[in-house]
Design a protein around this ligand. Structure first.
Ligand SMILES: Nc1ncnc2c1ncn2[C@@H]1O[C@H](COP(=O)(O)OP(=O)(O)OP(=O)(O)O)[C@@H](O)[C@H]1O
Length: 253
């Protein structure tokens, strides 16, 4: 983790939705092997930034670089294959498929051209081996034959991460993975995130819960109304006057 090579960089990222500037000239850089935090109040533009990084949205201006290459406006499936995985704020597994089938679909995208082919061929040994490893890693192995819809929220969040891990990413984007979880679910998920990071995975987290950010991240960027207002260690940003005013409120002042 002493490695300071840049893995993902955004330059001047701007996103206009009609008259609303959801992002306004955001610069950021994530180092290989770090857990980088993005915080900010509701509507600050955090998810919009994830959507731009993962190709769901095109920026109105600005560029995204992954491992030094310009990937701006690449399609989501291409970015997933390149090594950028993500989760969504609202969990969205295939609800009637089992846990194992959900991960199989995500794994299969690398091997086969489309989802229909995946369904016919996912019994391929290589895929099954990889799925087993991912399910064990994420603590989902014993639930592998359950429909995804029957999992408690904490495990649905794990399933989102399992799906993001399917294509062997070098970075994953976690969009509020901890929200709505119980204390014990939070602790377990933190353990998983730290373990994945210790194995070399770079991670960007969007997170509202500052104690979690402080435990996971060494560096944090704060955005408000689409603009970066602070960047630094979690301790530095929670003591930053502009951040206190914009986001954290009296609790941290
Ligand atoms: N597709 C869209 N069309 C129009 N406006 C949008 C769209 N997506 C997001 N916005 C607006 O852009 C702004 C930023 O939204 P975004 O979801 O990125 O914020 P956020 O920081 O992730 O908020 P939260 O913490 O509530 O999830 C908000 O004002 C939102 O209403």
């Amino acid at each position: 983790m002493g490695n300071s090579k840049e893995i993902l960089k955004g330059v001047g990222i701007t996103k206009q939705f009609g008259g609303l500037k959801a992002l306004d000239g955001i610069d950021f850089s994530t180092k290989e092997g770090e857990i980088f935090g993005i915080v900010g109040p509701n509507g600050a533009g955090k998810t919009t930034l994830f959507n731009i990084i993962s190709g769901v949205l095109k920026p109105s201006r600005g560029k995204i670089f992954f491992k030094g290459n310009d990937i701006t406006s690449f399609k989501p499936h291409k970015l997933a294959r390149l090594g950028i995985g993500r989760t969504f704020q609202v969990v969205r597994p295939f609800r009637s498929l089992t846990v194992l089938e959900n991960v199989a679909v995500a794994c299969g995208v690398e091997f086969y051209s489309n989802v229909l082919v995946v369904f016919r061929k996912w019994h391929n040994k290589n895929i099954l081996k990889r799925i087993d490893a991912i399910l064990k890693k994420t603590g989902l192995y014993e639930f592998r034959d359950r429909p995804a819809s029957q999992l408690p929220l904490g495990f649905q969040r794990r399933l989102e991460i399992a799906r993001a891990l399917a294509l062997n990413p070098s970075i994953i984007l976690l969009d509020e993975s901890f929200s709505g979880l119980s204390f014990s679910e939070i602790d377990e998920l933190k353990g998983l995130v730290l373990e994945l990071n210790q194995e070399g995975l770079s991670i960007i987290v969007i997170e509202h819960n500052m104690p979690i950010v402080m435990e996971l991240c060494k560096r944090v960027m704060v955005i408000n109304h689409g603009k970066k207002i602070a960047e630094g260690s979690p301790v530095d940003v929670v003591n930053n006057k502009e951040v206190i005013e914009a986001y954290l409120g009296r609790k941290y002042s």
